[in-house]
Design a protein around this ligand. Structure first.
Ligand SMILES: [Zn+2]
Length: 78
């Protein structure tokens, strides 16, 4: 798998980045997608949730984009 390392040291698969939606809406506008992927991967790797839906239901600060995707506001604001 080919990965990309961003200027912050985050790592994510190039295929994932090329398939990201082009929306720049929400509080995470212009944030680094590579760092976002890495943080999401690390959270998912903890095994604390059975699915992404279960994780989203546990969020106290969810932000929903125009496509219906959910992310925690505390990560978007970093
Ligand atoms: Zn980054």
């Amino acid at each position: 798998m080919n990965n990309e390392t961003c200027i912050h040291g985050g790592v994510s698969p190039i295929t994932l980045l090329s398939n990201l939606h082009h929306s720049q809406a929400g509080s995470g506008r212009h944030r680094c997608p590579t760092c976002a992927y890495e943080q999401g991967f690390n959270i998912g790797s903890t095994g604390n949730w059975k699915s992404y839906d279960e994780y989203c239901a546990s969020l106290v600060d969810p932000e929903v984009c125009q496509n219906g995707a959910i992310a925690p506001t505390y990560i978007l604001s970093i």
